[in-house]
Design a protein around this ligand. Structure first.
Ligand SMILES: Cc1ncc(COP(=O)(O)O)c(C=O)c1O
Length: 360
């Protein structure tokens, strides 16, 4: 039987109807692909996480989780050398970004960030009816000077940046914290992959009350499926964010996984080391087959062939069972972002790329 809908007046807020929703990378649910499109870790989470999850999957799931994730806040505080009052756990760093937008961006407020970058920022600002002030990265993705002189309610720096993988220095971030008029958000979803864990803005949180640093467990800790992120900031900001978050924003199982992951840092560090090694090799080999490759400090690399639209290469790789990220937006038509997989996955990718390039 066909359902008949009554015609009703449009009920969506105008700005919600008008914005483009965030479009996540493809997530095929039946496997079958070498998945190098959404920067997941190719290695499994720590066995300690899996054991803790099995143990926690019991009758206690009938109970709500700790709304403030106190155990996780305390352990994160010890791990990262900060006070528990300076930590907030989120359902992925995406939720923390959404909380930040709701905390700091009113209708008409300016939000400043260099582009191209993580496009979720656009969507979150659109929801708040804020005004995007985007400043284009130069070709080499060095930090644009114009960023320092903007007066936004919020400035966002993705560091290392996605999709370029490039890294701003700690000096640059500190200067930004001094220059911006509102809050400075440094999105460090990929910082664990930077050489020597370099350049994290975390130590600056104790000195700059307008700075928020975000971390994700989805990448270096191999826990994208559990949805865990952390925000670090001055107590006053964290307390504001707590008012905005969902009451029980992390599930009991997410909390258990996050604690176990932080208790096994060597596992994460070992996997990061393997990925850094593969990144080096992947970069070298991609250059060899004719791409320019940005110097990446993340678990992905961005490749370019100036002036060539790489949509055909993306499609052909997909047909051959390999997913990479093609953005297809203005200015990035000649680029692909490739997640650093296992050495075997990368070997397959490179040989398929070489084969495709020979025939096209
Ligand atoms: C730059 C950046 N920030 C944040 C996120 C979101 O991470 P999470 O899985 O913790 O929500 C991503 C995910 O890809 C990302 O690329």
């Amino acid at each position: 039987m066909q359902l008949q809908f009554h015609l009703v007046p449009a009920v969506l807020r105008k700005n919600i109807a008008a914005i483009e929703g965030y479009s996540p990378g493809e997530q095929p649910q039946n496997g079958g692909f070498i998945k190098l499109n959404t920067n997941e870790n190719p290695y499994p989470p720590s066995p300690r996480v899996l054991a803790a999850l099995r143990k926690a999957a019991d009758r206690s799931l009938r109970l709500y989780p700790d709304p403030l994730a106190e155990k996780l806040r305390s352990l994160a505080a010890i791990t990262y050398g900060i006070g528990p009052e300076n930590v907030l756990a989120g359902n992925g760093s995406d939720e923390l970004l959404s909380i930040l937008a709701r905390c700091f961006v009113c209708k008409g407020d300016q939000v400043v960030y260099p582009v191209p970058t993580y496009t979720l920022y656009d969507t979150l600002i659109g929801i708040q009816e804020g005004e995007k002030v985007t400043i284009s990265y130069p070709v080499d993705f060095s930090l644009p000077e114009g960023l320092y002189s903007q007066a936004g309610a919020m400035t966002i720096l993705c560091n290392p940046n996605s999709p370029s993988g490039t890294l701003a220095s700690l000096e640059q971030i500190e200067r930004l914290a001094q220059c911006v008029s509102g809050v400075l958000v440094v999105d460090e979803a990929y910082i664990d992959f930077a050489d020597g864990f370099g350049n994290s803005a975390l130590p600056l949180v104790k000195r700059y009350s307008n700075l928020v640093v975000l971390r994700s467990f989805s990448k270096s800790f191999s826990l994208a499926g559990m949805r865990i992120g952390l925000a670090f900031a001055a107590e006053e900001l964290i307390n504001g964010m707590i008012k905005v978050k969902d009451s029980y924003n992390l599930s009991r199982l997410s909390l258990v996984s996050a604690l176990a992951a932080l208790q096994d840092l060597p596992w994460m560090i070992r996997n990061v080391g393997k990925i850094q090694k593969t990144r080096k090799r992947l970069t070298r080999m991609l250059k060899k087959i004719g791409f320019s490759v940005y110097p990446s400090q993340a678990n992905f690399v961005m490749v370019r062939r100036r002036g060539d639209n790489l949509s055909g290469l993306y499609q052909e790789l997909r047909r051959r069972g390999i997913l990479v990220r093609y953005f297809g937006v203005r200015g990035l038509e000649d680029a692909l972002r490739i997640t650093v997989g296992t050495p075997q996955e990368i070997k397959t990718l490179l040989s398929e790329m070489a084969a495709v390039l020979e025939v096209t």
